[in-house]
Write a protein that binds this ligand. Structure first.
Ligand code: U2P
Length: 251
């Protein structure tokens, strides 16, 4: 039987080889080009936990009086200046052992606010942290090159730029009745960090605030995007609604 290569005309074989070298992102060797800046994405539990319908052990919204009342970390994302971002840059399966010394801090400041496992790049479903490391962390090179560095760096940036504190000091405190001017929230952050954040809303409630950084972690403006927020927004307070998960409720 003739070999496969013998059946393919040389010009077609060359084209096939070229296609294999050019990855899905149009980059040579499948490598994605280096990112331009970082976004630290922070979630507001007051807004997200309002949507919790079923409890489970992985969801920090289900911790009742121990549920988070400050902005928590969603992820540190390498981004491009054109509004797109690289993802799943190389095969590196998340290993919780590598961050065992950080777990207490991660449970507190970087918890999942949802039930259900998160998708990972290559290994199906896993922890929220596995999702963030595999999808975003692997694209943070050459600034961040391994899993431990990704998590410790993110925690350090989060502690240094404390959005909850800045907003509280400016009078923007959690409330289920007040509405605050979006411009006031943005200005409070700009005045403290000298850079413009991005604010994401769910209806009128602030759901995420993103802080942007150059690769040396000096603050920079986030991209001017069409905001999903109205002119006046809320910063809902956490309402437990008897959500301390009973075993029977655990999904
Ligand atoms: O905004 C919806 C989801 O898109 C992903 N995202 C958004 C902005 C950005 O700069 N980078 C980015 O990845 C986020 O996906 P996730 O990390 O949650 O999978 C975001 O939730």
């Amino acid at each position: 039987m003739a070999s496969l290569s013998a059946q393919i005309p040389p010009c077609l074989a060359l084209m096939m080889a070229a296609c294999l070298m050019i990855g899905i992102n149009g980059s040579i060797d499948g490598a994605q080009r280096e990112f331009d800046y970082f976004a630290l994405s922070l979630q507001w539990p007051g807004t997200i936990c309002h949507k919790t319908r079923h409890c489970c052990s992985s969801n920090a919204c289900c911790r009742g009086s121990n549920s988070p009342t400050e902005f928590t970390i969603h992820g540190l994302w390498p981004d491009y200046n054109d509004g797109t971002w690289p993802s799943c840059c190389y095969r590196s399966q998340f290993d919780v052992k590598e961050i065992s010394t950080l777990l207490d801090a991660l449970e507190k400041y970087w918890p999942s606010l949802y039930c259900g496992k998160s998708s990972t790049c290559f290994s199906g479903k896993g922890l929220f942290w596995a999702h963030e490391w595999e999808k975003h962390g692997t694209c943070s090179s050459p600034v961040i090159r391994d899993e431990y560095s990704y998590f410790i760096t993110t925690l350090n940036v989060y502690f240094k730029y404390n959005v909850t504190k800045i907003l509280n000091e400016a009078g923007y405190v959690p409330s289920n009745s007040e509405r605050y001017p979006l411009g006031g929230i943005v200005s409070a952050i700009e005045n403290s960090f000298r850079a413009t954040p991005e604010v994401i809303c769910s209806k009128e409630a602030v759901e995420e605030i993103r802080l942007c950084f150059f690769k040396d972690f000096k603050p920079r403006n986030c991209l001017a995007s069409k905001t999903s927020c109205p002119k006046y927004v809320s910063l809902p307070a956490y309402v437990s609604m008897g959500r301390e998960a009973s075993e029977s409720e655990m999904a």
